[in-house]
Design a protein around this ligand. Sequence first.
Ligand code: GDP
Length: 571
Amino acid sequence: MRNRHLPPGFGEQTSSKNNSLLRTSGPDEKQLNGTLALGVRSETGSRNDSFGNGTSSKTNSLPHTSGPDEKQLNGALVPGFRNESGSRNDSSQSARMSVDKLLGGLLAPGFDERSCSSRYQSFLFRKTSLYKPSSYLLSKLRRYEDLHKRCGPHTKSYSKAFKRLKSSHGSGGGCKYLVWVPVNGLGNRMMSLVSTFLYALLTDRVLLVELGNDMLRLFCEPFPNSSWILPKHFPIEGQFHSADLRHDRGYGNLLKSGIINESTESLPSYVFLNLDHTKYDLDRLSFHCNQNPSLLRKVPWLFLISDQYFVPSFFLTSTFKQEMQRLFPEKETVFHHLARYLFHPSNEVWGLITRFYQAYLADADERIGLQIRIFNTTTSPVEIVLDQLLKCTQKENLLPRVDTKHPLATSTKTRRSKVILVTSLYTTFYENISNTYWAKPTVTGEVIRVYQPSHEESQRFGDNMHNIKAWAEMYLLSLSDVLVTSAWSTFGYVAQGLGGRKPWILYKADKGHTPNPSCVRDLSMEPCFHFPRNHDCKTKTKINVGSLFPYLKYCEDLNWGVKLVSEHQKL
Ligand code: GDP
């Protein structure tokens, strides 16, 4: 029986229920003596996903003594690392190593390598980025690192500022802080964290982060000789998660009620910026219209809550526009550079990433990442999304067709292998695709392998391990050569931005219909800012924010959102 989920050319399916082989540990290439079991390798059992449901930090952190050092990693010595150049010991190789290891100068040298292996090993897993950070960005980062070291937690400057927080008024000199407070899913958080860091860079503030209980063990410290973690038992942390308290102390509210204005002599010691996409517009309006920026600059402690990638708004205000252009002459590189600078997987997460990569992805000729995010299974049923995914990958030639007429591969042109990494909360997509390539050979003769690291079934909050898996999967996706993502999903945005990939985006299925066309090539690797202002700040009249500048366009996946694009296409 023809599988109703498959478009023509995908062939008949063996039902997943009868395919017990697929869901258990299968024979490997050697055991099968090169026949490769109809081109499909099995994933580990569906109940225990590849990351293990109970993976604990204790059992999975990389032992500090056993990490590979640079010499071992040079060239092809460690299986699974990319080896792009030929000879191992020539001087150009070591020059590339030292430039790439620091990601073109983004990273400062001198961190302890063993406590955060990913920081200086990530370049071994990626092709060299096509994008070089500007020298101005590099000097800004180095200056920021000095500031953070001088003002970070446990310094004299921090103690002074901490005392001022407790006093009711805060103006005066000294270090100023920007505290990031998390809200929403991990992808959303990473969007807002990058934006917040950029705001700190632009305003000479020190970024501190409140990681809560479910973001511990995800990232390494990004700044040398200091910490970005807000010290525990912070006096006003009770206000972080109370919308009412935050709004009372919100920037917009304080301006509106006249508690602060340009002639106010004593400013409050702290102010909240509520920039998340729900409920409270006043702060967003005041912030994005850059009202009284000099006043805001004087407040020593700012607390910022957002789930948005609000970076494009800095190009929309005269205060920051020039600086943004100097920092990022290539506009679409903001997230790519800042995320690679900030987000280094902890050793625990790096263990998950590298083990998975080496076991399943490393030796393929091409890695294809499929990120399938369904926000609402009623309006976007899984079967519809599957149909859409298959139509997209066929039409765009991202996955080879299967040969429905011959049971064995007829083409001997190539024995190339492609590996498909599926990330999703559900198993349906993985099962269907892997069954397809088990049931029939590809018309190209290519060997296809399919893997899915986990299937969490639902989004969870307050669960550290759940976020660890999500982070590991975003990172693995970012190592793909070809990427298909889902509309509106910040999970996908992280992968495309980190990896420097311009993905094909699956349109959001709505009202139970397969969208036509099913997908579209993204305009750039940058994330989409879902809620930009759409009016002129002075005249309050509506504007087309996506047509103000050639480098700012309405997003393909969300027609009222905007994103930065390049004026010189490279991808
Ligand atoms: P968005 O909602 O797609 O914009 O992405 P977010 O990352 O902000 O929130 C979705 C959350 O759901 C993730 O952070 C994960 O916790 C979970 N999730 C969604 N899709 C996946 C997936 O493919 N793999 C894993 N491990 N978790 C996922």
